[in-house]
Write a protein that binds this ligand. Sequence first.
Ligand code: ADP
Length: 489
Amino acid sequence: MQEKNKLKILFVSAEVSPFAKTGGLADVAGSLPRSLAAMRNDIRIAMPRYKTISAGMNYVADFPVKMGWRTETCIVRETATAHKSGDESLSLPVYFIDNYHYFYRDGIYGFQDDGDRFAFFCAAVLEMLPRIGFQPDIIHCNDWHTGPICMLLNEKYSRDPFYSSISTVFTIHNLQYQGLFPKDMLKLLDVGDEVFVPDKVEFYGSFNFMKAGLVYADIISTVSETYAREIQTEEYGEKLEGLLAKRREDVYGVVNGIDYDEFNPQSDARIFKNYSAETFMKKKENKYVLQREMNLPQRDVPVLGLVSRLTGQKGLNLIVDIADELFIRDIQFVLLGTGDEDYERIFKNLRIKYPDKMGVYIGFNAGLAQRIYAGSDIFLMPSRFEPCGLGQIISLRYGTIPLVRATGGLAETITDIGRDAERGNGFSFTDFSPKELLTTIDRALEIYNKNPDLWNNLVKRALGQDFSWKKSADKYMELYGLALNKKRA
Ligand code: ADP
């Protein structure tokens, strides 16, 4: 007999891997719910149906959603992501919120009407629930796109018995993106002027979607304990530090895991040679293939890798500042990324200037990302701030040694080998300065070039680490328990 489900959870995210991804949010939304399903929760996912999503799906329902003076139609479609064990009873429904006008376009974000698009998404998610007969115990919202759900439950639906007992957890994946829109948003979301005050969603004259989550969620979490503390300070708080400090009793940090089946050097079909902690010398063959793919000379030389959104957050200006000096050294550097046009241009120019040392691919390419994780020796993440960071965790999984700035989740997951010989799993520096970055790269190269035994031990240690979801999924279960208690109280 099937065990009784523990909790009914709706997990809401603007990106879910493998359906749509621009960064780490998609990885989390694609893997955490599966771990929670394996714990016998009835967890389901809701996301927008973007044009690029072509997975086979079934029609579930359609209904009108009031958007101010207009009405838009929402069509809900469903697909199931099979649980990795193949156990059908653990397969997990994904509901796609479909509307031609808002979502049938090239791209996920960055449109002038993003406010309207995600206001529609939030309203539609809530309107969908009674129509599909799913009354969750918890709605788990993620980042600004979903903030209004927490507000609507409190301001619009609180007297409706279908909704009144639903608790909310709101997870911040990146506080920098808050979703600021004009006051008119009140009308679209069908709430009154009384919520447009500094204690609620008003933020320097705008409607702040992130704030709508932070004010109204029962429990707030973010993706590392360090970032949970950092965002209560002026340096990292993005002007919401006061609110977060006020709610500190409800703010928790849970470090992200990764899906150890999807990211597995022993079985990953996207890399050239599979390997394990026992056969890690085969990493070198992946390096040569990567060099060929990036049009670099195929040589046994330390390869530095970087896979990232190209934005100011990622500390890329430090790399640009040291580039000329860095390339005096016998190294290669491969970069995969897309984002700010300035950075795209600067790195393309570096490729032209150093064709034997720098490999650049501007764009989003999931396969190449894996080949960089597998084929590089050192993975660079000199971030200015980093809520959790997955790049360093994925690179550890592939035996590629992270070199990071000690901030947020990077500080929590990476211990410098120079500081702790027993437990060190990478290299890190604290001052956000080009000089510190270069000194740290030199420390890593010194070991790579002069002490191969120590380097190989470091690689083996990296390959043996466990950043799978199990521990963190348990912590989310605790947060759900807290949210339920809070609602009951
Ligand atoms: P963020 O969420 O800030 O973008 P993370 O380190 O948490 O940063 O997660 C980034 C995720 O996106 C990783 O899985 C990384 O491999 C992937 N990624 C980033 N840029 C690209 C790209 N251009 N092509 C393929 N994958 C990418």
